[in-house]
Design a protein around this ligand. Sequence first.
Ligand SMILES: [Fe+2]
Length: 401
Amino acid sequence: MSAAIDWAKLDVGYDWTTSEVYRPTRLEVDDASTLPGAVYSDPDFHDLEKQRVWHSSWVCVAEQSDVLTPGTMFASDVAGTPIVLTRDSSGALRGFQGETATVGSLEELPEVPSSHVGCALGLVFVNLNGEAPPLREWLGDLVPWLEDYEKALTSGQLIATHRTSYDIAANWKLLIENFLEYYHLPAVHPALCNVSGVDEHQRFQGRGMYMGFATHPLTKGGTAIDPGRLPPFPAIKAHRHETAYHLCIFPNVFFSLYPEAFFRVRLTQQSPTRTVEYATLQTHAAAMEAPDASAILQEVFEFWDNVNTEDILICENVQLGTSSPAYTRGRFSFRFEETIHRFQNMVIDKMLVDEPTRFRVPVGDDDTTFLELTARSKDEIKAPKESTVAAAQRARANADA
Ligand SMILES: [Fe+2]
């Protein structure tokens, strides 16, 4: 049994390089406390995080649709280090460190080694210092499991119909953590609940540097994103037609993969208390050819833009709350915040550079996947598990009895 935590000592002046400060978050989720509120605003944490978390991770720097045509240049960055992406005449994707505006030619910039640039699920990733495990390992079972989607998401087949950005007065981790829990849906996004109901949410989590959960089945609620308004991505399995997969790939990209079109958000950290998000609405050629496609996609975009703006407003308020000296740490909500516990432990793994956990890729669940990772057809899917809400209510009733 580990020694008791001396809270009075722990939450006074933080040394972010020691394991002690993270010990309450390292506990099993039922006993754990969250990271201290200071991680959302402390400049010292932010400076360490840039090097230890962002530079040594596979950071999403673009949508593949941003750099599709040979000769295109796309400016991005990894935690303040500017990157230029380009596709050369042979079709190869290349990354350079620096800004083209300040240098005459791209060739004068140092090139990011090709092994530190990778693509998957329609996204471009860069691992700046080359220390991270290979991208395939980083993503774990996500790509094999989304194999049918992966074909549809491969460069050239994914069509970006709308792009926008958001300048946000909140730490990047709050935006990720907000995406990772869904009990705020009824209070913050009542319209979204008509399609992706809280009771229809289910946990699924495989191995990989990602957090996942799902909504099954999707329901029709008279909204812009009702299932069936556009044809689904070609060649995806039948059971995907009524399921949304909510995925966050560590550290900086999240999206809800809906069968017809989806809104994807890439985060860039600008300062401890400022984040810029780049969002893209993605669909495919067959959807573009459907009757009224452009009007429907405009409505879908406006729906997600509204949901994301609602999320940003609550995150900016939470930013103020976590900055209060009265707030130190919180607890994790049973079943609803296992995703946040997983995310915060990935941050800790990276912050503790001398620990053997630095580059571990966490395992997934043995038994809480409602759609089996290996299921390839509807017949192979076992009976749906009880929803997360039902499981939490049952556990509560048992505890009260
Ligand atoms: Fe939300």
